[in-house]
Design a protein around this ligand. Structure first.
Ligand SMILES: [Zn+2]
Length: 198
């Protein structure tokens, strides 16, 4: 059975990702964040953390702290199309998790002439004379240039550097991935965004 998280569980997981320190996370930080950010009570946070521990998504590490086990897969349900999507691939629209396709349908800078005929944004861009970073926003260009120079970066690093929330960052990265300018690569325990052609 795939682990499918509901909205509150996703919120808690996001708080954990934002409050993460080198050797895991402190539940006190999560409770604070979940309360101010989402209005979740202390007991709800404990309950959800317990549930995620039960499913192995949160484990206790050697240092005795809780941390996310990156090797455990989980899914969320897209509120746009109902598809179950891997936890690393959803983006947020008005606070609700949606798949990248649904998100881009609303937000894409590059409009599809015929979404069925033109499935690949790269192909679409080519047909419309877009090269490389043509048609991207300034922010998307800056992020892309940064990753080109560095050879790769984690979403956390990009969000800190560009002063974006993790969610804004993953929205921007999603668009760059759909344009086939970037792709994911696992390095050690971390997922990096790297240039598509690397
Ligand atoms: Zn969807």
């Amino acid at each position: 059975m795939a682990l499918v998280l509901d909205e509150e569980e996703i919120w808690v997981l996001e708080c954990i990702k934002e409050a993460r320190i080198d050797k895991g996370f402190h539940i006190r930080d999560i409770i604070k964040k979940a309360k101010t950010g989402y209005g979740l009570s202390r007991s709800t946070v404990y309950e959800i953390v317990g549930y995620l521990e039960f499913h192995g998504l949160i484990k206790t590490n050697k240092a005795g702290n809780r941390e996310i086990d990156g090797s455990v897969a989980y899914f969320v349900t897209c509120l746009g199309c109902g598809k179950e999507i891997p936890g690393s691939e959803y983006v947020k629209e008005n606070g609700k998790p949606v798949c990248e396709d649904c998100y881009l349908e609303v937000h894409q800078k590059i409009k599809f002439a015929d979404p069925v005929a033109v499935r690949s944004k790269k192909l679409f861009r080519k047909q419309h004379g877009f090269e490389g970073t043509d048609g991207l926003t300034e922010l998307q260009k800056e992020i892309y240039d940064f990753i080109l120079e560095e050879g790769g970066a984690t979403p956390e690093k990009i969000s800190k550097l560009f002063k974006l929330t993790l969610q804004e960052t993953s929205n921007q990265l999603a668009l760059l991935r759909h344009c086939e300018l970037l792709k994911w690569r696992k390095m050690g325990e971390e997922m990096y965004m790297v240039p598509f052609d690397s």
